[in-house]
Design a protein around this ligand. Sequence first.
Ligand SMILES: [Zn+2]
Length: 323
Amino acid sequence: MTFSSRTKDELVRTPMDRSCCLISELAAITQTSGSLGFMGGGRFTVTYEVEHVGAARRIYRMLKEGLRLSPSLHVVEHRRLGGQKTCVITVRETDAPKLLTVLDMMDGGIPMLRRSVPRGQLNRQCCRRAYLRGAYLGAGSMMNPEKGYLLEWVAEDASLAQTLDRVLEKSGIRPRVSERRGQQVVSLRSGQPIVDVLAMMGASQAVMEMENVRITRHLRGNANRAANCDMHNTDRTMQAAQAQLEAIRELAEDGLDNLPPALKSMAEIRLKNPELSLEDLGACMDPPLGKSGVNHRLRRLMALWEKKHTGGVPSDRKEDTVD
Ligand SMILES: [Zn+2]
């Protein structure tokens, strides 16, 4: 089962204890997955179509237990779509006006699944959370966080996208609103806002799973950075050792006998042991020498090599003397 549908499983189990929130959630579901059917003579029905069975049961219970209506629920199997199922909940013409009045979706006796929600409703934090939950059940999905951070709502029209945008903004979250194949997509694309929204909607299990993924990713990222850093340092050490070795080989072409004895023995030992670390080189010396002593002598050898190449002129004035 996908992370997205597991999250829906969790959301449909959240309690429906406040009537203000029940209306807010149902309003969001009606706007995202409801449609009107006109029967003539001013009569109409409201139909909800959802794929998630748990969401369908929740809508049914909201209508029946929350609003005391008599909806019907049946499942349609699409043979053409490989047996994919859609749950259809219908509110008949006898109940539909009552439903839309409660949801404030009647305008002068005319049903409108208005794409905006009354301001008063969205001023309450509890109802904003319920609205986001309803909109997620009706039109939301999210990517498995192990693959990437993406939670989105697909809205049929711009004003529904605007409402979602406003509700999120009031909760301190700034979504991205874009268009995809004629539909509006409201999306969150980073970890923190997704965790915040999951928490607001009441999906605490999903929040925990998501936090685990984020921690693992963070640790893995740190380990990679540390490994890259080690590799970088090793590269630099090897490059420096290689440059020294080449310099000493060049000096040796002229013979090492005219070097001071301390540098002569250092050069000889380096030439014989090109792979040794500074500490190990020091241990080969007689008498043994510490790392900084080895380093110092190698630098002096490098300086001699540089002097040879620049004709005795310090390296920062090298360019002036070339030709
Ligand atoms: Zn509320």
